[in-house]
Design a protein around this ligand. Structure first.
Ligand code: ATP
Ligand code: MG
Length: 476
């Protein structure tokens, strides 16, 4: 079958394709575009990453292509892998020789031999990723689809080309990839393929944490991430890679009082937030906002089920989870911790009689992340009762207005107390120590509580008075 003229024009024309085609012909090499680039044409997802496979030495073809392009091309050769990459304008083209792979049980790194196009298609993970388009002149645009990948694309199906048990056992990362594609594309995993994931789930242990988290993050960033998380759960993979999330499952009832199932609640919050933001870390805050509920769950005869301090305990659990999953231990993690720690606060500002001081304190503590915090809190409303949802959302609108009014008036969001620690030491002739810290916080508190305005002179007067109560007076 040949690709229609429109698609050839749109996706396989231009200087780089002309050059690849003529270089391959001159060298007498069969040459194909393959994998994700071809798949994405049919999904109307234009991409700039092109994989080219040639029956012969991929590196040699890449060198010839780079020579022909001349100016503006960047060639990188990876001799050990038998691959080469060309960057030209906004395109990235990977060249590789067609290969046959065989695996050993302990590793997902295959033993590689030269092979035919067919061998190369056999080693691909899914039928939709095994499509190839010929780039040689006389067969330009010919589609090679040995496993019915096109039909699977039309029917929105993820299926392995060969026996799924072998495909997944050989390289268990493919299980994560399959679920990731299902979540990204909204495709179903064909039952045989799905069952094989369940059967081979324990093989995930030979995959590095870094590769697992790459795929998990792609699931988190997919349009409706619950699709991927539910598949991970159903296949048993989630328990292995993220047991803390599975621990949220279950809704206990005592004396007729129940609580919600926090696993499904968390997935709804994640789906909700994904409608509002593509920020990976804000989505992670949604995943982790209730992570300490199992650890903090108690039954109280008067209050029913309680989860006291689950926000703070959750904040403390995050570094351990990030470390194990090889998520970054930097300011991204701190941001997630901060949102999880603060996620119960905005709702306390709903009441009419809430003080300006409480609003100022939250503005100060959340700083620039206040909008993200509000997005998280709004996503956290998952009641099935639409009236309730509307009422809660309206309450948060009121909180937003209160914060806006106060910020305009007092500018506390990112404020630094007007007198810092060094100056306090200079004024009173103090050495560094706890006293300095206490005096400094007393100024901050006085400003947040509205006792004094956020100005130098007022802060100075206040400081002198406060210091006098502990027997200190200015030395200059
Ligand atoms: P995306 O680029 O959207 O992440 P992709 O399918 O293009 O998805 P790449 O990692 O770019 O993924 O890989 C390109 C192609 O290489 C795939 O389409 C597939 O044919 C093949 N491939 C990648 N990883 C594997 C794997 N683990 N097992 C088998 N084939 C793979
Ligand atoms: Mg790709």
């Amino acid at each position: 079958m040949r690709l229609d003229e429109d698609k050839i024009q749109k996706h396989f024309s231009g200087k780089i394709f002309d050059i690849i085609s003529s270089a391959a012909d001159e060298m007498n090499l069969e040459c194909y575009a393959i994998g994700g680039y071809v798949r994405d044409i049919f999904l109307y997802r234009p991409s700039k990453d092109i994989d080219v496979v040639t029956v012969g030495k991929g590196i040699d073809l890449a060198k010839a292509v780079a020579n022909k392009i001349g100016k503006g091309v960047k060639l990188s050769v990876f001799q050990n892998f038998g691959t080469a990459q060309i960057k030209y304008k906004d395109l990235e083209v990977e060249f590789v020789g067609a290969r046959r792979e065989s695996y050993e049980r302990g590793s997902r790194k295959p033993f590689v031999e030269d092979g035919t196009l067919e061998d190369d298609q056999n080693r691909r993970d899914f039928t939709i990723n095994a499509l190839a388009i010929c780039l040689n002149k006389n067969r330009y645009g010919e589609l090679l689809d040995p496993f019915g990948g096109l039909e699977d694309l039309e029917n929105c199906i993820i299926r392995t080309p060969l026996d799924p048990d072998i495909t997944f056992s050989d390289d268990p990362l493919r299980m994560m990839r399959g679920i990731r594609f299902s979540s990204q594309l909204g495709f179903d995993i064909e039952p045989e393929t799905f069952d094989a994931i369940s059967r081979n789930k324990d093989r995930i242990e030979i995959v590095s944490k870094e590769r697992i988290i790459d795929e998990l993050n792609k699931i988190v960033l997919s349009p409706k991430p619950s699709v991927g998380f539910l598949l991970l759960d159903k296949t048993g993979l989630l328990e292995l890679i993220f047991p803390e999330l599975v621990a949220l499952k279950g809704a206990e009832t005592k004396d007729g009082v129940g609580h919600k199932d926090n696993f499904y609640h968390t997935l709804s919050v994640l789906d909700n937030i994904s409608l509002k933001t593509d920020n990976l870390w804000l989505r992670w805050a949604a995943i982790l906002h209730d992570i300490a509920k199992p650890a903090t769950k108690r039954w109280d005869n008067r209050l029913g089920w309680t989860f006291h301090n689950h926000n703070f305990i959750g904040e403390k659990m995050i570094p351990g989870i990030f470390r194990r999953m090889k998520l970054p231990l930097n300011e991204k993690m701190k941001y997630v911790q901060k949102l999880v720690g603060l996620h119960m606060r905005p709702v306390t500002l709903v009441e009419d009689e809430v003080t300006d001081s409480a609003v100022r304190r939250l503005l100060f503590e959340a700083g620039d992340n206040i909008e993200d915090l509000m997005i998280l809190c709004e996503a956290d409303i998952t009641s099935k009762n639409q009236d309730k949802v509307r009422r809660f959302l309206k309450n948060f609108q009121i909180v937003r207005q209160k914060m806006k009014d106060i910020e305009e008036k007092d500018h506390v969001r990112n404020f630094q107390p007007p007198i810092d620690g060094q100056e306090i030491m200079d004024i009173f002739g103090l050495a560094p120590g706890a006293e300095v810290g206490r005096l400094k916080s007393s100024i901050k508190d006085a400003i947040l509580d509205g006792i004094i305005p956020n100005e130098y002179e007022a802060a100075y007067q206040y400081l002198v008075k406060k210091a006098a109560t502990i027997g200190l007076s200015p030395v200059k």
